[in-house]
Design a protein around this ligand. Structure first.
Ligand code: PLP
Length: 360
């Protein structure tokens, strides 16, 4: 069966072999005679799935014993709330670096729980770049510094990360987690909704350092307290079992791709294919992101007119390219080329873009 080239921004493409594996064991997981969805979350079979997914994440990211991997629900959006709820101490500031709509939403939640500070922003330039270290103000006393590592809507990505000695660094990595190696030791909390790079929607991965975890506020609602998840191995209540199972399959697949270094190499090649077409188009395609801030996950570009944009999108759809419309805030087009989007899809899109440009 020929499937379309899937450039959906999220939920997004999953590796074909992962889908096939899930299909193969859909009715009978591991000889249990039932689907993994029909297993008790207290069963040994499910516990294996759960613990192995955690172990594989630890391995891929090179996490030391200082870190705990948690599985939550509520998406990245609930993390916008849980982070300040748990860690915005009364006498301190939650420092937010604004690089797009998702960081704005995180800030909005922070403001509900305490005092905040905008330590840097590219808002005035339509979020077309990532502020450099000298454009950022932080204070050792900040409760935390919050960044969005990849800006899904604008197509920008932090190329290197700021290091702070005292203030904990918290990152929303929903759209680029496990797409490249990162200096994990510099981060105190990372969160990601699964539906871009990790699996289906429904499970949210939170990776948290012990030092930060112990600072979480007391008297929080049980389900909104990170301690509840940590003390119960994310099994206080029923976790999103099917999502965790799929996550496990995706992690296996990532190991087979050469881990994060292997994926980073592939992602760079894929992104460059598209950026080269944009740069060689004499201004026909205009990248939204400044060159030094370009994302390897979401390639955003506009065409010379609304009319050409809609022709481009219509024709692309006819030729089997899915999900290329840009977000309404940026307009134009966006190709989301997460880990699971194959090289061939990017190659086909580059060819299509080149032909479309020549014909117009
Ligand atoms: C998609 C996305 C979100 C929203 O995730 P939900 O799981 O839908 O809450 C947040 N942050 C970033 C960077 C995203 O790409």
């Amino acid at each position: 069966m020929k499937r379309p080239y899937n450039f959906n921004p999220g939920p997004a493409a999953l590796p074909r072999v992962v889908l096939e594996q899930a299909q193969k064991e859909f009715l009978d997981y591991n000889g249990t005679g039932v689907s993994v969805m029909e297993l008790s979350h207290r069963s040994t079979d499910y516990e294996m799935v759960h613990n192995q997914a955690q172990e594989h994440l630890k391995e891929l990211l090179g996490l030391s014993e200082d870190y705990i991997v948690l599985f939550l629900q509520g998406g990245a959006s609930l993390q916008f709330t849980m982070v300040p709820m748990n860690f915005l101490e009364r006498e301190k500031l939650g420092n937010y670096i604004l690089t797009g709509v998702w960081s704005e939403k995180a800030l909005k939640e922070g403001m509900l729980f305490g005092r905040t500070h905008i330590g840097g922003s590219s808002d005035a330039e339509r979020y077309s770049f990532i502020p450099s270290i000298d454009q950022i103000t932080i204070d050792d006393q900040d409760a935390y510094v919050h960044i969005t590592s990849n800006n899904t809507i604008y197509g920008t990505q932090w190329q290197s990360f700021p290091r702070f000695v005292h203030a904990p660094l918290i990152a929303d990595m929903s759209s680029d987690i496990l797409s490249r190696p990162i200096p994990i030791g510099d981060f105190d909390l990372i969160y990601a909704g699964a539906q871009k790079n990790l699996g289906p929607s429904g499970v949210t991965v939170v990776i948290i350092k012990q030092n930060l975890l112990v600072k979480s506020q007391e008297n929080l609602a049980t389900m909104l307290n990170y301690q509840t998840y940590s003390e119960n191995n994310s099994l206080y209540n029923t976790p999103p079992t099917f999502g965790v199972y799929m996550l496990g399959l995706v992690l296996d697949w990532i190991k087979g791709q050469g881990g994060l270094a292997g994926l980073a190499r592939q992602n760079k090649v894929k992104a460059e294919l598209l950026y080269e077409i944009i740069d060689a188009s004499d201004g026909f395609y205009k990248g939204h992101a400044r060159v030094d801030s370009r994302s390897h996950m979401n390639v955003t570009f506009t065409l010379p007119s609304e009319d050409l944009t809609s022709q481009f999108l219509t024709q692309a759809k006819e030729e089997g390219f899915l999900g290329l419309a840009g977000h309404r805030l940026v307009g134009g087009c966006r190709a989301s080329i997460y880990n699971a989007v194959p090289f061939e899809a990017c190659e086909a899109l580059a060819r299509f873009m080149s032909i479309f440009r020549n014909n117009h």
